[in-house]
Design a protein around this ligand. Structure first.
Ligand SMILES: [Zn+2]
Length: 209
């Protein structure tokens, strides 16, 4: 499972869809998690071993046909972040069609009567039946654009959260979720392999002055 739960719909055991709220702020970032006798030791309560959050999630859930089913209350504490989804799907013309057809028929009917007032009324109603969906469509387009923008923005955050979640450890004793800083964050300035060869000493010296 490459994207555990990120894209899935999530259901409880009764088959009801549930909305698991992922809270990135609840993940504690530490430089390193100390190894205890049995494995990684919780920085919060010293219990050991901690277990990988992703594995606890796997054990607390089951794949079902249309998504993921949570099997226990632990699942909500170790749930992965959710991939942001588009809310707007498509514009439905059908609801506007029936009033339009009815008003068109009314207009045709009144055009046979020699009553200008009725005809004017029917014409105004017919124009409204065209303008209303047009207005709704423009509104829909604006909403959809805003929605795409929202998803694009939150996708960056989602990827960062997912990365943290994948590397995090869960303490069964106190419920803490802890992640070690990524190696590149820890030795950002001390990795010789990451630098191009040549001119390096001079560049460093200049920067230090
Ligand atoms: Zn703990």
């Amino acid at each position: 499972m490459s994207e555990p739960g990120g894209d899935d719909l999530i259901f409880d055991q009764a088959g009801q869809q549930v909305d698991l709220q992922y809270n990135a702020a609840s993940i504690k970032v530490v430089n390193q998690i100390a190894d205890g006798r049995g494995g990684k030791r919780c920085p919060q309560c010293s219990a050991a071993p901690m277990r990988q959050t992703a594995i606890v999630w796997e054990e607390s859930t089951r794949r079902v046909r249309n998504g993921t089913m949570v099997l226990n209350s632990l699942a909500s504490r170790v749930a992965p972040p959710r991939r942001p989804r588009l809310r707007h799907r498509s514009f439905r013309v059908r609801p506007y069609l029936r009033p339009f057809v009815i008003l068109l028929a009314l207009w045709v009917f009144t055009s046979f009567l020699s009553n200008d007032l009725f005809l004017v009324g029917a014409t105004v109603a017919l124009i409204a039946a065209v303008l209303w969906p047009a207005r709704q469509y423009l509104r829909f387009r604006a909403d959809a654009a805003a929605d795409r923008e929202r998803v694009a923005k939150s996708s960056t955050r989602y990827e960062r959260d997912r990365d943290l979640w994948r590397r995090s450890w869960f303490c069964g004793a106190c419920g803490a979720i802890v992640v070690e800083k990524a190696p590149r964050q820890r030795n950002r300035s001390s990795s010789p392999a990451a630098r191009p060869a040549g001119n390096q000493a001079g560049g460093t010296a200049r920067r230090r002055r």
